[in-house]
Design a protein around this ligand. Structure first.
Ligand code: CMP
Length: 143
């Protein structure tokens, strides 16, 4: 079954949005396979966002994502990668549709509440960066 990596960013944790965000994916019917509250190291942040390292906002991005706890998660289900991206909304919360997480809760492109893998390749890479296999739980879930 397809898996994706989702992370409530420091702004989302500070604004008490962890429960609301978990609820949306639970209510949709996806299965939680792993989750942890953690502070990302500088090295992990640079590795995770490596594809953006030439962008002018890279320093700001790394500083922000390491500025406080994030809630890292692995979710599982059919088409979970693209469906989670749809549920998150556009990267810029001011362009994200109402009803999406960023559309409902975000105001700036930097502090946009949540990160989600954008492809099967990045999902695999990001899950392996953030979680040991032993931290992921495999179980049956009723529909
Ligand atoms: P995310 O999905 O975590 O992936 C890369 C992040 O870069 C993106 O969400 C935004 O939060 C961030 N980002 C994109 N453009 C900018 C920008 N112009 N300034 C600051 N951060 C940005």
């Amino acid at each position: 079954m397809e898996k994706t990596f989702l992370m409530v960013k420091p702004d989302g944790v500070q604004r008490n949005l962890v429960g609301e965000i978990v609820k949306r994916f639970e209510s949709k019917g996806f299965k939680l396979a792993g989750a942890k509250l953690m502070v990302i190291s500088d090295d992990l942040a640079k590795e995770h966002y490596g594809e953006h390292k030439e962008r002018p906002f890279f320093g700001e991005l790394v500083d922000f994502i390491t500025s406080g706890p994030v809630f890292a998660m692995v979710w599982e289900g059919e088409k979970v990668i693209t469906t989670a991206r749809d549920m998150m909304g556009k990267t810029n919360p001011l362009e994200a549709a109402a009803g999406t997480i960023r559309g409902d809760f975000g105001m700036t492109v930097g502090k946009n509440v949540i990160h989600g893998s954008d492809s099967p390749e990045s999902a695999e890479r990001e899950i392996n960066l953030f979680f040991d296999n032993s931290e992921l739980v495999s179980y049956e879930k009723q529909d």
